[in-house]
Design a protein around this ligand. Structure first.
Ligand code: ZN
Length: 687
């Protein structure tokens, strides 16, 4: 059941804060109910749905005009603010209704021309529909239960059964002017209705009172949900218990990811940005759904509401046990089939547009893998997560629908019109994506100064980061600093299986790995003459063996992906320029430097580049403030001079190392290289 979220005191507080202008108060109430609608994923998701309020405002010349505040493009209802509901003059919009037709370009242009604030965002593509309904408050959602209802074959009879004459039906028409006119005609013919169901699309409620319109929204959705739950209890689906997967998820995901990356690169002719990021969802509901005996048939049906198509494409890729039993060949065969089906769909539909459309990547944005889960697939973690959220909602829509007559959404031509509609594609944003978009970067020691600075430097270039650190609290703080779209795991890399666990956790989160930054390290000190075996071995465990084990696990993933990859090691100037008392640190570091060269030699043929950085004297968990004070004292220097004790006479900071790692990652013809980031030190220089 959808939660009823209205709170009198919250609404009152927002309205009071809006000041004395009744129009601003109307808008504040509109912001409030928009948010409580938007906060419920069962009502709307990811920019879906829209709301409006009609009010009156004074122009500069003192004239009072009717204004429609309607959701602006790029805003999300759950977090909307007043500027996210731009005001549009009503009168010119109303005048348009007399036209027989109106192009999308003209519609967008008129809406922009009549903005009260010329800097406002583009009003929603459903603005005219809001304008043509006479009520002060209009709410539109794509609620899960309403989508199940809207895609039933006998939607009319069921709507009547649940609502009587309270809700009228609007036949499917693509959003825009024609839909607005059709909905307005339906309303004019049924002026007593309290809501409308847009077949194959979604739901509207409206009222003079903002709270009542919200109340109706929740009441309608819950009535429909209760109806479906009853049907589902009476007609449960036939499901089978799934046998164990023939491949592990940690094999399936990178294999699929690499194949999609290869297909994207072939389509665009560009290797950059070709690799997708994945978002894996599972759990009891998904598991049961994936066990349905009608899974294949259901996968061919389409999307629950048209604007989902730009996030998920029309159909998911289904990988069955039989496919996976054939290993990567089985996955490739299924993916090739998906791609050729998609191309055929494009070729069938595009002639209607005189070749004016360019094919999008022909690869899937959703995968159903019984026994593994539902996978959202996108150009970055955010796109993958949106696809997964919508994909999960769509399972519920299908489950309910199938229990009550069937899930029958819009057909191919309508789907294509929506997928390739310029106003829909505009929602995905324009411009060149950052250069590391789609890259998954794992950083060990990720919560330390250098690790986090490196993570930030990669994130700035569009990569999705997976942090590994031993310190749980520090990791949580570091992830918070990075923001959404990144992940991490607490892990001791020197423990048995630690490196494999870290890499597996990254695969479970993002589906693959492109760049390993093996950064974790710690300093052990003491003269070699008295060095205990235990201390030296302890240092080797972290400063050499963990690099090697991580590299081994990463190589396995990169081989499954088949798209090359990169291994970057944080070595140390100690590897070439020993300091007294730092033998236990320098020895494994020197070995790690050799490891860079050895791996580069052995992996070059597979397109895996291996490089390292020799950094020195950087404030971190190794070089603490106390330690710096002690060392500078011992040399008779003040702290600043000690930290700037290099050729450039400038302190080297963690972000310099992070930026250098990104530079190595972007140097496509560089491997077996050690880059120094030490401000210049002739004794430690390499060539
Ligand atoms: Zn809609």
């Amino acid at each position: 059941m959808v939660l009823y979220r209205w709170q009198d005191q919250d609404a009152k507080r927002l309205v009071e804060a809006a000041g004395d202008d009744p129009a601003d108060q109307d808008l504040a109430l509109r912001v409030y109910t928009s948010r409580i609608i938007g906060q419920d994923p069962e009502l709307v998701m990811h920019g879906g749905g829209n709301t409006s309020v009609k009010t009156r405002r004074k122009t500069l010349l003192g004239e009072t005009i009717d204004v429609l505040h309607v959701k602006g493009s790029g805003w999300d209802l759950g977090t909307i603010e007043a500027p996210g509901l731009p005001g549009v003059q009503m009168q010119p919009l109303m005048a348009l209704r007399s036209l027989g037709s109106l192009s999308d370009e003209d519609m967008v242009n008129v809406q922009r021309q009549n903005l009260i604030d010329s800097t406002g965002p583009n009003p929603s593509v459903e603005t005219l529909l809001h304008a043509y309904l006479p009520h002060k408050f209009v709410d539109h959602t794509h609620a899960t239960a309403m989508l199940a209802l809207a895609n039933l074959p006998d939607v009319e009879a069921v709507t009547k059964e649940i609502f009587g004459d309270r809700v009228a039906l609007v036949p499917y028409i693509m959003p825009g002017f024609a839909l607005a006119k059709a909905a307005a005609d339906v309303y004019d013919a049924n002026p007593d209705i309290e809501g409308m169901l847009l077949v194959n699309h979604g739901h509207f409620t409206f009222h003079e009172d903002g709270k009542k319109s919200y109340d109706l929204m929740i009441e309608h959705v819950n009535a429909v949900e209760a109806w479906f739950e009853k049907k589902l209890a009476a007609n449960p689906a036939t499901c089978v218990q799934l046998p164990a997967l023939p491949m592990t998820p940690e094999q399936v995901l990178p294999t699929l990811r690499g194949l999609i990356g290869a297909a994207n690169a072939e389509h665009t002719g560009n290797r950059d940005g070709a690799m997708p990021v994945m978002d894996v969802r599972n759990g009891p509901n998904i598991e049961v759904f994936m066990g349905r005996t009608d899974l294949d048939a259901l996968s061919q049906r389409g999307v629950a509401t048209p604007d989902h198509v730009i996030r998920t494409k029309g159909k998911p890729l289904v990988l069955t046990h039989a496919d996976l039993a054939k290993g990567s060949d089985g996955i490739k065969a299924k993916l090739d089939g998906f791609i050729s089906d998609y191309k055929a769909y494009f070729d069938r539909q595009v002639p209607r547009f005189d070749g004016q459309k360019t094919m999008l990547n022909p690869t899937p944005n959703l995968a159903w893998i019984p026994g593994l889960g539902l996978i959202g697939i996108g150009a970055n973690a955010k796109a993958a997560s949106i696809a997964a959220d919508i994909g999960v909602q769509n399972l519920q829509v299908r489950e309910w629908g199938e229990a009550a007559g069937g899930f029958f959404p819009i057909e191919e031509a309508d789907l294509f019109d929506m997928e390739y509609w310029s106003l829909e594609q505009a929602k995905l944003g324009k411009g060149k994506p950052p250069k590391l978009t789609g890259s998954i970067v794992l950083v060990t020691g990720g919560a330390g100064a250098i690790g986090l600075a490196t993570a930030k430097a990669f994130a700035k270039e569009g990569a999705n980061i997976f942090l590994v650190d031993r310190d749980e609290d520090a990791l949580a703080k570091a992830l918070k600093q990075l923001g959404s779209g990144h992940g991490g795991v607490t892990c001791d890399l020197t423990a048995q299986g630690g490196a494999t666990n870290a890499i597996d956790a990254c695969l479970d989160r993002f589906g693959g790995l492109d760049i390993l930054v093996s950064n974790a390290g710690a300093a052990w000190s003491g003269p070699m003459a008295e060095m205990s075996d235990e201390t030296l071995r302890g240092s080797f465990e972290l400063n050499f063996f963990s690099h090697h084990k991580l590299a081994q696990s990463a190589i396995k993933v990169m081989r499954d992906q088949g798209r090359g990859g990169q291994i970057l090691l944080n070595v140390s100037k100690q590897a070439v320029n020993p300091g007294k008392g730092f033998g236990a640190y320098g020895l494994p570091k020197a070995t790690s430097l050799f490891l860079v060269k050895q791996l580069a030699l052995e992996l070059g043929g597979e397109g895996i580049r291996v490089n390292g950085i020799n950094a020195d004297r950087i404030r971190s968990r190794l070089l603490t403030d106390d330690f710096i004070a002690e060392r500078s004292n011992a040399r008779g220097l003040d702290e600043a001079s000690y930290m700037a004790g290099n050729l450039l006479q400038r302190e080297v900071e963690a972000h310099h190392v992070g930026e250098a790692f990104v530079m190595l990652a972007s140097s496509h013809r560089t491997t077996a290289h050690i880059l120094t980031v030490d401000g210049g030190n002739i004794e430690a220089s390499l060539r």
